[in-house]
Design a protein around this ligand. Structure first.
Ligand code: SF4
Ligand code: SF4
Ligand code: SF4
Length: 175
């Protein structure tokens, strides 16, 4: 069903462009300073989400075409990191990464679709009723963990993962 919808809308899934460091990473400048590019976090990530990116620094490579490449928030990467680059705090939010809905969203084009809401394990996507129109997805920012599980099921690849705050995620504490 999803494959046929994607074909109908002529959608190609490609790796997304936003630079996202592993969860529990220090702010970018401090991260690059501290990271030795040892790849320990990449090697331990059980879902294959982490890859060696530009310059050999690790990145989270969310890709709508690879449903398994999500973050299960296991913390293995941060706990394996031998440097302070990834600063694991069990009670903190792991990062400031959340789902963003782009214009390709069917519901925003008045086509009924609630697939992402059904995919979200955190129930972070809601569809408030719209008088005279199709209900559209609205993100509960407090509930979204940035796992990326909603990406792969979207029939038009309209969801992207993006950093949302400049505040260092590892230092913000629990929301
Ligand atoms: S928390 Fe786990 S799944 Fe997420 S990036 Fe780190 S190792 Fe991978
Ligand atoms: S484990 Fe730490 S030091 Fe090694 S590549 Fe990952 S973030 Fe950098
Ligand atoms: S990124 Fe994860 S928690 Fe956030 S809306 Fe998508 S599935 Fe839900």
């Amino acid at each position: 069903m999803l494959a046929s919808r994607r074909a109908f809308f002529g959608i190609r899934h490609t790796r997304q462009g936003a630079l996202i460091r592993p969860p529990w990473a220090l702010p970018e400048a401090a991260f690059v300073e501290a990271c030795t590019r040892c790849s320990a976090c990449v090697e331990v990530c059980p879902t294959g989400l982490l890859v060696n990116g530009d310059g050999g620094y690790p990145e989270a490579a969310f890709n709508p075409a690879r449903a398994s490449q999500i973050c299960i928030l296991c913390g293995d990467c941060a706990q394996r990191c031998p440097e302070p680059a990834l600063h694991y705090l069990a009670e903190s939010r792991p990062w400031s990464v959340q789902a963003v809905f782009a214009e390709a969203c069917l519901a925003q084009r008045d086509v009924v679709c609630r697939t992402c809401g059904e995919s979200c394990p955190a129930s972070a996507i809601r569809f408030p009723p719209r008088l005279g129109g199709v209900a559209r997805p609205v993100l509960d920012e407090a509930a979204c963990t940035g796992c990326g599980a909603c990406l792969a099921d979207c029939p038009t690849a309209a969801i992207q993962m993006a950093p949302t705050l400049s505040t260092p995620s590892a230092l913000r504490g629990a929301a």
